[in-house]
Ligand binder design. Structure first.
Ligand code: FE2
Length: 328
C-alpha cells in the first residue's frame, strides 16, 4: 500500500553553511522610522551608565540639602523656645568625602547661625585606609570642624570611629574643642532654665548604657526634657522599653546615610545593621521623637543617588498635641 504522506527528497530546512551565517553586529532592528544597530544600543547603554555614575559621584554626592525642621517638645522651657540646633553627621572624611565638601557643609552651618551644633558620629571610615591614614583623617576632620562658628558644639562617636580607634578619634575631636559624650550628659542652661543633652555610646560596636547616659537624677524633671544623640537609630526600639524613654524628647541619629543609593521603586541598595528600620526623617513614638539625618559622606561606593547629603537645622518649639507612631 502506498504511503499517504510523501516525504520530500530534501529536508525542509537545509543546513546553512557557517560562512553564510549573517553577522548581526551590524543588524538593523525594525523600529518605525529608525534603524537601531546593536552597536548603537551598546553605545547608549555605556553613555547612560557613565552619565549616571558621573551624576551620582560628582553632582549629587556634593549637592548638600539643607533641611529645616521645627521640633515640638512637651515641657520645653520658655527660654528655649526658638532655639536652633544644627546637626552634621557621617562625614567619613577621606574615604570619598573631600575636605572641600566638609568646608562647604560648615559654611552652610555658619550661615544658619545655630545656637548649638551636634555631630552624630562617623568622622572617618574604618578598614578602608591604613590605620595611620585613618587617624590622619580623624585629626584633619577635627581641625576642619574648628571652623564652625558656634560656641556650643558636642559630639558622639559612630561605629566606624569605634572600629578605627575610639580613644584616638575621641582625642582628636575633644582636643579641638568639641566634647565627646560617650554615655555622658550635661545641662544646657538659659536664663535660669535648663534642658539636658545626652550622648549614648554607639549601639552597634560600642557599649551603650542608657543609665549612665541619662541617670535617674536627670529623668522626670518637669520642664527639663532630654535631647539624646545616638548614632544608630534602630536603638530607639530598645530605648522605648526603658523607663528613661518617658523623659527623652528628641533622639538625633545618623548612620544610615538615608540608604545612600536609592533605586526608584526599589529603595536603598544597602542599609547597615542598626539602621534598617528608621532610615531617614522624623519619627514620633508617643512623646519621644527620632530624627535620622542622611549625613554628608559616602561609604563603599563614591555615589549618592536619589539621596542627597544632608545638614539639618532644627528649631525647638513648645509642644503640639502628641500623635501616635508616624513618619513625616
Ligand atoms: Fe556612616
Amino acid at each position: 500500500m502506498d504511503s499517504l504522506i510523501e516525504l520530500p527528497a530534501e529536508p525542509l530546512t537545509a543546513p546553512v553553511p557557517v560562512d553564510e551565517i549573517p553577522d548581526l553586529s551590524h543588524a538593523e532592528f525594525l523600529v518605525p522610522g529608525k534603524s537601531v544597530t546593536r552597536r548603537r544600543v551598546l553605545k547608549t547603554m555605556f553613555f547612560g551608565t557613565a552619565g549616571m555614575a558621573l551624576y551620582a559621584g560628582e553632582i549629587e554626592r556634593h549637592w548638600i540639602d539643607v533641611v529645616h525642621r521645627d521640633i515640638h517638645i512637651a515641657g520645653l522651657p520658655h527660654a528655649f523656645e526658638g532655639m536652633t540646633i544644627a546637626q552634621l553627621s557621617d562625614i567619613h572624611l577621606d574615604e570619598y568625602t573631600e575636605p572641600f565638601l566638609l568646608r562647604e557643609a560648615i559654611d552652610h552651618i555658619n550661615r544658619m547661625k545655630p545656637d548649638m551644633v551636634l555631630l552624630t558620629g562617623d568622622y572617618v571610615s574604618a578598614e578602608v585606609l591604613s590605620k595611620k591614614m585613618t587617624m590622619g583623617a580623624a585629626w584633619q576632620c577635627a581641625k576642619l570642624l574648628t571652623a564652625i562658628e558656634c560656641k556650643e558644639k558636642y559630639a558622639i562617636l559612630g561605629n566606624h570611629d569605634i572600629l578605627a580607634g575610639a580613644n584616638e578619634v575621641t582625642e582628636a575631636i575633644a582636643s579641638n574643642g568639641i566634647p565627646v559624650l560617650r554615655n555622658g550628659f550635661l545641662p544646657i542652661e538659659r536664663h535660669g532654665s535648663r534642658i539636658w543633652l545626652a550622648g549614648i555610646d554607639d549601639p552597634v560596636l560600642g557599649k551603650p548604657d542608657a543609665d549612665l547616659a541619662m541617670p535617674v537624677a536627670i529623668r522626670n524633671q518637669t520642664h527639663e526634657p532630654i535631647i539624646l544623640m545616638c548614632h544608630a537609630p534602630d536603638f530607639v526600639d530598645a530605648l522605648s522599653q526603658h523607663p528613661v524613654s518617658r523623659s527623652i524628647a528628641l533622639v538625633l541619629s545618623g548612620h544610615t546615610h538615608g540608604g545612600q543609593v536609592r533605586i526608584p521603586f526599589m529603595g536603598a541598595m544597602h542599609l547597615p545593621p542598626g539602621g534598617r528600620k528608621y532610615v531617614e526623617g522624623l519619627f514620633q513614638m508617643g512623646g519621644m521623637q527620632l530624627y535620622v539625618n542622611r549625613g554628608i559622606g559616602a561609604v563603599g561606593v563614591p555615589f549618592r543617588f536619589n539621596c542627597r547629603p544632608e545638614i539639618t537645622r532644627f528649631r525647638l518649639r513648645a509642644a503640639k498635641p502628641q500623635v501616635p507612631y508616624m513618619q513625616s
